[in-house]
Design a protein around this ligand. Sequence first.
Ligand SMILES: NC(=O)c1ccc[n+]([C@@H]2O[C@H](COP(=O)([O-])OP(=O)(O)OC[C@H]3O[C@@H](n4cnc5c(N)ncnc54)[C@H](O)[C@@H]3O)[C@@H](O)[C@H]2O)c1
Length: 457
Amino acid sequence: MASPNQKKRSNRPERIRKVDNRSPDQIAAADGKLGVLLVGLGAVSTTFIAGVEAARRGLNRPIGSLTQMATIRLGKRTDTNTPLIRDFVPLAGLDDLVFGAWDPIPDNAYKSAQVCGVLRPEDIGPLEDFMSGIVPMTAAFDTDYVKKLDGPNVKTGANKRELADQIREDIRRFKEENGCDRLVMVWAASTEIFLKATHVHASIEAFEAAMEANDPAIAPSMLYAWAALREGVPFANGAPNLTIDMPAMTALAAENSTPICGRDFKTGQTLLKTIIAPGLKARMLGLSGWFSTNILGNRDGEVLDDPESFKTKEESKLGALEHILQPDLYPELYGDMYHKVRINYYPPRGDNKEGWDNLDIFGWMGYDMQIKIDFLCRDSILAAPIVLDLALFLDLAQRAGLSGVQEWLSFYFKAPQTAAGLYPEHDIFIQQWKLKNTLRWLMGQDLITHLGQEYYD
Ligand SMILES: NC(=O)c1ccc[n+]([C@@H]2O[C@H](COP(=O)([O-])OP(=O)(O)OC[C@H]3O[C@@H](n4cnc5c(N)ncnc54)[C@H](O)[C@@H]3O)[C@@H](O)[C@H]2O)c1
């Protein structure tokens, strides 16, 4: 629904920059049901589903979700025009969401939520009727890519291409059986082993041939992404896996006009890093070291206890600081920074992670200081609203005719996907600005630069 205050402005001063003439009429209405297909029905997915259902029943507020709770300023500060984002852009409503999932473990969403232990029994108990109806479809799963878990609910086929085709059939069947008008898919399954893009991922043709040849460079996550894009279903990658960060997938997304984004939900320690580091840099304070260590005891922590899965996560976590601090531009401040990230599997804590950070910083005349952070964090509580926002924004992007990498959704990721050759923006404030300006642009509104000269003319 468009804001009542969407007047067109002309002859605006410098502060306003029009990119091109987007208008709300270019966005198809969010009519009918939106199916949210979740790969993995573990801690993040079940916490997401439970939170949406609790919000629909009026039991809880969707805290942490921009699409549900944030406002957006339109026009000048003196206009006092700040609608809720969900009243400004046409998004699917919570009541229109339908959930589907795949998982090698056959537990339904209620049982899985109990096992994951994120939510208290008194919070999931009232949702049992709804959540026990969400039963995972058989997964394209292979223990070569996720070593620390296994389950019987898996697909079989002569080769990877056949498995991917079965996922395509699942997508179509889900859509029909649930009367969905549109679908989005989010990877919220375990972190796979570290893989680098090779010639196999360089083109659609090479990728499809490799699926048929059962090439080990094709991980299960890629089969879901390929199936989604072949079906024109937008895809978000919540884990650090390669999955869609490759030319084959970006080409397929372009060919089928489908939006994609990734990778690795920005929660916990990296969220704090991308909040604090931009502030230190803004004040030109030096950083000689940042040591981060975590203990967590959920299934994700167990999977990350395998060195090959941890390597995938480590790569994704390390990039943010380098990009924010730009040591090449500020060698005296950040050139010798030592950055270390450790994740330790510690079962007693379950999903309630504890993350310690020690920052060695320095200021005027080189005097050193320290910052210590002890974050008693709940990972899935931070990840669940991200899944909701990504589902709704990807659906918006598709209805607005955007396709390929959606860099404006970098806000939600530890290692944001960008166009080839472009470095990602990790600073959460730049990311938020980009996200909101993209929404203004989509709705034909003036972009906000914060120059503000007009208030003093
Ligand atoms: N919790 C967070 O804050 C957070 C933040 C960033 C990224 N992530 C990533 O999100 C993912 C999910 O995290 P989680 O805490 O829910 O983990 P989890 O272990 O509780 O759930 C993952 C589920 O995925 C399933 N799975 C594994 N491989 C699969 C496949 N090929 N097909 C279908 N299902 C498969 C597993 O059986 C499991 O049930 C992980 O990759 C994690 O690294 C989580």
